[in-house]
Design a protein around this ligand. Structure first.
Ligand code: PHE
Length: 369
């Protein structure tokens, strides 16, 4: 308990003396982020006895809520301070001439188009699904058992009908997920389900789009982008999957890129793998395709028979592969963008620097016709 009081005091002091929003956000990450001190303590609850849990559970929850509230209050104060300062020092010259420059394509948009061009060349068409999904398409049909921890692992944003309650509380109150429970999709894989239910094989689609997880630090943003891929036919095997993805990375990085497939687990594919690309760091630059380090860029595997069955397909007649890749990470790697968070800050100077001319076709950029 003294531990908790001391930790409370430590963060209260840090929050109170933080003098910028970025410093405050660092404090939030170190306390409440995925690997934050308080989050790690909460994770430790699982190993405690029931009696210990009865004491420590509420105490840790209280600590977490207190610190979150202190951060929120300090944030508002800092924002007000910054606004007042800006109002006092900035002036607006209404007589300046209007400057309407041409906008640029965001690197994420550019990379999505590059990915689309590469896959269309091998017969994939583009489909889209809704950002607001239901539990059935996002989890159940993808073979996540009900109340499986993997659903929490995805740090899901649950949509709550009554705004006074948080999604997690509702889940706890009802004790189970209902298949109509609305969530912000945590991945683009639900588009696999929608496609298999609505189309007959052979299927070859990619599905680019926004995805959401409750996570925010230097390498995670609550909204990010993925491209899903799905191929279903009568005689598809792992060799097709590998060939397709090896072909993709070489075209995307415009280079013969060395890759490796590492065994992994996803509930909706079996076998499952992650694909890494070889890279090296030269100074602050990352060079893809050479060197002795490996970086994970996508998850993939053969569609699980249970998933096929959930979509009314017979696994003895149809099989296929699926993959999902993080678009933001690919854009950062290809175009040397150092910080993920800048991507979504809507700063026009950043866009002018990293953006692409809307008149430059993506297929020119990839060298494919
Ligand atoms: N949906 C997985 C993720 O978000 C990626 C994936 C897609 C893995 C398709 C296998 C097959 O991490």
């Amino acid at each position: 308990m003294t531990d908790i009081t001391a930790i409370h005091a430590k963060y209260a002091r840090l929050i109170d003396t933080s003098d910028s929003l970025s410093r405050l956000d660092d404090i939030r990450v170190s306390a409440l982020g995925r690997k934050g001190e308080i989050s790690m303590m909460m994770r430790g609850l699982g190993e405690m006895t029931l009696d210990e849990k009865k004491v420590m559970g509420p105490a840790l929850n209280g600590l977490k809520n207190d610190i979150a509230a202190l951060i929120e209050t300090r944030k508002t104060a800092l924002e007000n301070e910054a606004l007042n300062k800006a109002l006092a020092s900035e002036t607006l010259d209404m007589s300046l001439p209007v400057n309407i420059g041409m906008g640029t394509l965001h690197p994420v948009q550019q990379v999505m188009e590059e990915i689309t061009v590469i896959f269309s060349d091998t017969g994939f068409s583009v489909v889209e699904g809704p950002d607001i999904e239901d539990d059935f398409h996002n989890f159940t049909a993808l073979n996540f058992p009900p109340d499986h921890p993997a659903r929490d692992m995805h740090d899901t944003f649950f949509m709550v009908p009554d705004e006074t309650e948080s999604g997690k509380d509702v889940k706890r109150q009802t004790g189970k997920h209902t298949s109509e429970q609305k969530v912000l999709r945590t991945h683009t894989s639900p588009v696999q389900i929608r496609t298999m239910i609505n189309r007959k094989p052979p299927i070859r689609i990619i599905a680019p789009g926004r995805t959401y997880r409750c996570d925010s630090d230097q390498t995670h943003t609550p909204m990010f982008h993925q491209v899903e891929g799905l191929a279903i036919d009568g005689d598809i095997h792992m060799g097709h999957l590998k060939g397709c993805l090896i072909n993709f990375v070489s075209a995307f990085f415009e280079n013969d890129v060395d890759v490796r497939f590492r065994p992994h687990h996803f509930p909706f594919t079996e076998p499952s793998a992650e694909m890494d690309v070889r890279y090296e760091r030269v100074g602050s630059e990352i060079r893809i395709g050479q060197g002795d380090k490996w970086m994970e860029i996508l998850g993939c595997g053969m569609v699980h028979p249970d998933v096929l069955r959930a979509c009314n397909l017979n696994p003895d007649e149809h099989q296929g592969f699926a993959f999902g890749m993080g678009v933001d990470r690919l854009a950062m790697l290809k175009y040397g963008i150092p910080d993920l968070r800048d991507m979504f800050a809507a700063d026009t100077r950043w866009l002018a620097h990293y953006g692409f001319s809307p008149l430059l076709q993506a297929n020119l950029a990839t060298g494919l016709s």
